[in-house]
Ligand binder design. Structure first.
Ligand code: CA
Length: 242
């Protein structure tokens, strides 16, 4: 198991409100995490920073090599709920942070499985046998329009309202979290990324890079491609190779 990550402010913004974390746990296990903060000048990076810290601390503290599948699933959910409570509480205590929130996509890699928790429009893709699949579905108005057949995925990627998400961590006292459990095969690659990548690079382009490059080079190249595509947003990629 190998994990690499990279983040970049992009070509337009002054501040990077994305955050990522790679954490090695016992017996070849690990954590890959990507967050994309939102909510004003200070709120966005505060929310993604808190999410990163709280999720990492919770998983580091409670992870156990012998925990088993059911506990692993409970743990990723609990970590996101802890982050939600912490961001929500911090926002209530600081008027200038009111309404802040963050997306979260994380994969706890444990015993040949990925335990995935997801809120918002950051994504998880898997590249298996050179074929890319998007394994999370964005919680966004634009995704709902795609689901209703009103927009194609290509139109969605360029839509001016693509940033409006329907779920975020920390905005309300509770949060609805999507959970997925994936079996990993040797050679599988997982890509966790923020919309700074997925709104700029079509899936075919991401697929080609993940097929052809080492994961270190792939992380560099994906960020370059997003910047060449305008770099209108912060860009973060974390790539796992099993
Ligand atoms: Ca973003």
């Amino acid at each position: 198991m190998k994990i690499v990550g990279k983040t970049d402010v992009g070509m337009v913004r002054d501040v990077n409100q994305d955050a990522f974390k790679i954490l090695a746990l016992g017996q070849g296990a690990g954590l890959a995490l990507v967050c994309d903060g939102m909510g004003g000048a200070r709120g966005g990076d505060t929310a993604s920073y808190i999410a990163k810290q709280v999720i990492t601390d919770t998983i580091r503290e409670k992870y156990d090599d012998a925990m088993g599948a059911e506990t692993a699933k409970i743990l990723v959910r609990e970590a996101v709920l802890e982050a939600n409570r912490s961001i929500y509480q911090t926002a209530r205590e600081n008027a200038e942070l009111a309404g802040m929130g963050t997306t979260v996509v994380l994969a706890l890699l444990y015993q040949n499985h990925a335990y995935v928790a997801h809120v918002g429009d950051s994504r998880l893709y898997r590249c298996r046998d050179s074929k890319l699949s998007q394994l999370t579905r964005d919680h966004s108005y634009i995704q709902e329009m795609v689901d209703r057949g009103e927009l194609s995925p290509d139109q969605a990627r360029q839509h001016p309202d693509r940033n409006f998400i329907t779920r975020a961590v920390g905005v309300q006292w509770d949060v609805d979290i999507d959970l997925h459990i994936l079996e990993l095969k040797p050679g599988d690659r997982l890509l966790l990324c923020t919309d700074g990548l997925s709104s700029t690079c079509p899936d075919e382009q991401i697929e080609r890079v993940l097929q052809q490059e080492t994961i270190e080079e792939a992380a560099e190249i994906l960020i370059q491609l997003a910047n060449q595509g305008g770099g209108h947003d912060n860009i973060t990629v974390v790539i796992v190779e099993s």
